[in-house]
Design a protein around this ligand. Structure first.
Ligand SMILES: *[C@@H]1O[C@H](CO)[C@@H](O)[C@H](O)[C@H]1NC(C)=O
Ligand SMILES: *[C@@H]1O[C@H](CO)[C@@H](O)[C@H](O)[C@H]1NC(C)=O
Ligand SMILES: *[C@@H]1O[C@H](CO)[C@@H](O)[C@H](O)[C@H]1NC(C)=O
Ligand SMILES: *[C@@H]1O[C@H](CO)[C@@H](O)[C@H](O)[C@H]1NC(C)=O
Length: 430
């Protein structure tokens, strides 16, 4: 990449400028420095700086092509580390310096002979056609499209040595070795269509937000909202199983006081509905390590086994059998404590605890085989449960909330503990 970027034109240019050889006529606008000038180095610096406007179009008299823009046909990168590995190609890389550069130092040693040039380009704009394929942690990074970027403080040091060759009674310089060192300041690249193109399905699920976006919470709401349908179907690339139907092994119920006293559990729950979740709001507080999310789920259907014993508002309830529940318009407020540990050097978000408050508009319940299959008692209790569903749910709120918190926490951590924060919570460009 680099040798293509900074070729030897300037060396040839320099040789001509000190008139080492008379073989080529210098254009009239160049006043060559004298070989025996005591301030030769400074003379050369001034001379090259003075040529800046000419370099844009090139100097055909000296076979110097246009340097702006500078063009590199192909650059390949192959980077591998535990957390980040990818292969990338950049085609048609165009570099634009605006011909703003500073010749820091020129040193010519006529006895060796050797030439050293130190040039600083404060800002280089890049444009290219890219293709990238790799992973950050488990998240695939794929895409092809246009890439733009900014490089700052590109410092190039070029050392050329050669020897004098006599030819036709004149002396020419033949280049023997050349060495290029360069230092790069900051590189910022932007990739259009990353995750796009052929890999659309991979990516649309992760909409990124900027940390300093004044509407960050709104942006994050979209990020979450956008993820639900993908989570529902599963995202195999990052090892997320389909959420729907959701399997919950057990929701234990232990309630010894109040209008409802119950002992027992719902087991093997199969839950439909969460994929239709709407994110109502998000509130992220990075300093306090809190993330609150409001969710609305229009319908949750649950099929399960139940094993319960107790009293529902004065009526006894005892049974083991199948249960069906329909919960309508469930609104939850999920309060999460979050931390940002590093996994393989990549920061991720992990929920350490979660609290779920919820309310619902309507619940329909059917418990089969109550009272050992006593049809009359069973029908009475089911009817009673449905008529008083709000009170029953209110009584069981804490139990249900805790179970939901466990489920949500797992979902969140399955997803976000694998996704580097920097992919969805972007820092600001400097
Ligand atoms: C690169 O540029 C050349 C010439 O400008 C053009 O013919 C070619 O199609 C470009 N390649 C891509 C991948 O854009
Ligand atoms: C590069 O700099 C320009 C102008 O300052 C800016 O508009 C652009 O967003 C920058 N690109 C990247 C990738 O930082
Ligand atoms: C989700 O909503 C759509 C449209 O309202 C509905 O057709 C579908 O049955 C719902 N899915 C579930 C699992 O509730
Ligand atoms: C559930 O919410 C929807 C949309 O807000 C509303 O139209 C519907 O009446 C509500 N259903 C119940 C049972 O409250």
């Amino acid at each position: 990449m680099t040798s293509a970027m900074f070729n030897l034109r300037n060396v040839v240019l320099l040789c001509s400028l000190v008139a080492l050889t008379e073989s080529r006529q210098l254009p009239s606008f160049i006043k060559p420095c004298k070989k025996n000038d005591p301030h030769l180095d400074q003379c050369l610096i001034n001379l090259i700086n003075g040529l800046k406007p000419k370099l844009a179009k090139g100097i055909p008299e000296m076979r110097i092509p246009s340097l702006e823009p500078f063009y590199v046909p192909l650059v390949k990168l192959d980077q591998g580390s535990e957390a980040v590995n990818f292969k990338a190609t950049f085609k048609n890389l165009t570099l634009r310096t605006g011909l703003v550069f500073d010749v820091k130092k020129v040193k010519i040693d006529f006895s060796k002979p050797s030439i050293f040039v130190d040039v600083l380009f404060p800002r280089v704009k890049l444009d290219s056609v890219y293709n990238i394929d790799g992973k950050v942690l488990v998240v695939p990074i794929k895409g092809d499209g246009l890439s733009t970027g900014n490089l700052t403080d590109v410092s190039v040091q070029l050392t050329v040595t050669g020897k004098y060759v006599p030819k036709n009674g004149k002396t020419f310089l033949q280049i023997l070795t050349r060495k290029i060192n360069f230092k790069l300041g900051n590189l910022k690249l932007h990739f259009d269509n990353l995750f796009g193109g052929k890999n659309k399905a991979l990516t649309v699920w992760l909409k990124a937000c900027r940390r300093t976006d004044p509407k960050l919470n709104d942006c994050l709401r979209h990020t979450f909202q956008n993820m639900f349908p993908y989570l529902a179907k599963g995202i195999p690339e990052i090892g997320i199983q389909p959420l729907e139907p959701m399997h919950i092994e057990k929701v234990g119920i232990v309630k010894g006081q109040g209008g409802v006293t119950l002992q027992g559990a719902f087991n093997n729950l199969i839950v439909h509905g969460p994929s239709n979740t709407t994110a109502l709001y998000t509130r992220l507080d990075l300093k306090k390590g809190r993330l609150d999310i409001g969710l609305f789920i229009p319908l949750i259907k649950v099929e399960a086994k139940y094993d319960l014993k107790g009293n529902i508002l004065l009526l006894p309830l005892v049974g083991i059998g199948d249960a069906k529940l329909y919960l309508k318009n469930v609104t939850t407020n999920v309060q999460t404590r979050i931390v940002f540990p590093k996994v393989k050097n990549e920061e991720v978000m992990v929920a350490t605890s979660m609290r779920v408050d919820f309310s619902l508009a309507l619940m329909r319940v059917h418990l089969s085989n109550l009272f050992n299959g006593n049809i009359v008692l069973g029908r009475t209790v089911n009817q009673f449960l449905n008529e008083n569903s709000k009170e029953v749910v209110n009584e069981l709120k804490e139990n249900i909330g805790e179970s939901l918190a466990g489920v949500f926490k797992k979902i969140m951590n399955d997803a976000f503990s694998h996704i580097p924060t920097r992919l969805w919570l972007l820092d600001d460009p400097k």
